[in-house]
Ligand binder design. Structure first.
Ligand code: GLN
Length: 309
């Protein structure tokens, strides 16, 4: 087995030399300011060793990666009743598609496309003030990453709040079907802010560990979710975590993974490793171009694909 440290450093060097990096997201104006040359990676193996390279200590906007954690929280709050409001099938369409929602009577295909994640946020919000719900989400991230310094980038949240017309359309459409319970502006406010949580690759890899260890936080032994729930969250990450690029991600990387338009990807090798990569340039489906390339190289060299070495 090759040394994880060596492999991670090699991959970061290879990625630094690549010229084709994809396009940085610009529909959220604040995200367009990020340096397209950035690349970071952090891998925490099953024994707790951490291998990092590149810009692994630079905070970036986790965007849709936050949806893994809001799904986890919402399942904790309402259990399987969640599936009355959101499906769990891959969408085969873009992350912010409206057309599918109309055909399927306001029920989003899965919790990771925007419509589904907005419905999940609404479940977390019910019975609380927006500030309380947001505080709960942020504290959950801090707890999982074992790092109280994680914050929300207010400039990114405000930037999306000013320009998130499509998400407002999705939320209003769901509201018309009763899928959203709270005032649309409250639900969207919480959604935009949890997407704007800023984390480093190291912090994100730390936060993903409970999905590697069948629902346990390995540093404290505390149970975050049941093993069955961890397995199922991993299944949804595999089938839906990269939108209409989920099949390609499974084909090339072979791990449950969740991307965000900030250019981050959290990938889980069950019982082996929690991996976070970040490179802001995106492919046509809105997934990190070099992030996926790096994960493809990592799983190949380490023999970590869930489908076999
Ligand atoms: N906040 C972003 C949006 O709603 C998240 C999208 C993403 O990361 N794919 O558009």
């Amino acid at each position: 087995m090759p040394s994880l440290d060596v492999v991670v450093k090699e991959i970061a060097d290879e990625m630094r030399r690549r010229t084709e990096r994809g396009e940085v997201a610009s529909y959220i104006p604040e995200l367009a300011r990020v340096d397209p040359a950035a690349f970071g990676i952090a891998v925490i193996d099953a024994t707790g060793n951490i291998a990092v390279a590149g810009d692994s200590e630079t905070p970036f906007s986790i965007q849709s990666i936050s949806k893994v954690f809001t799904l986890t929280l919402a399942l904790g709050k309402v259990g399987d009743r969640l599936w009355r409001r959101v499906g769990r099938e891959p969408s085969g369409s873009s992350f912010n598609s409206i057309v599918q929602l109309e055909r399927e009577c306001g029920i989003p295909r899965n919790p990771f496309i925007n419509a589904g994640a907005i419905a999940v946020t609404d479940l977390i919000l019910s019975g609380h003030q927006p500030r309380e719900a947001l505080g709960e989400i942020l504290r959950f991230m801090q707890f999982l990453a074992d790092d109280p310094t994680i914050t929300i980038d207010k400039a990114v949240a405000a930037s999306e709040q000013r320009t998130g017309f499509r998400n407002a359309a999705l939320a209003n459409y769901m509201k018309s079907y009763g899928v959203i319970e709270n005032p649309v502006e409250f639900t969207l406010g919480v959604y935009f802010h949890h997407c704007a949580i800023a984390m480093t690759c190291r912090q994100l890899a730390m936060a993903g560990r409970f999905l590697v260890h069948a629902g346990l936080n390995p540093s404290t032994g505390a149970r975050v979710v049941s093993s069955e729930r961890a397995r199922r969250i991993n299944a949804i990450m595999l089938t839906c975590g990269h939108y209409d690029g989920s099949g390609e991600f499974a084909y090339r990387v072979g791990l449950p993974g969740k991307s965000g338009v900030g250019g981050g990807i959290l990938a889980i090798a069950p019982e082996r490793a929690s991996i976070a990569v970040w490179s802001p340039g995106l492919d046509a489906a809105g997934n990190s171009h070099l992030g996926r390339a790096a994960l493809e190289a990592l799983t190949k060299r380490m023999g970590w694909s869930i489908f076999g070495a």
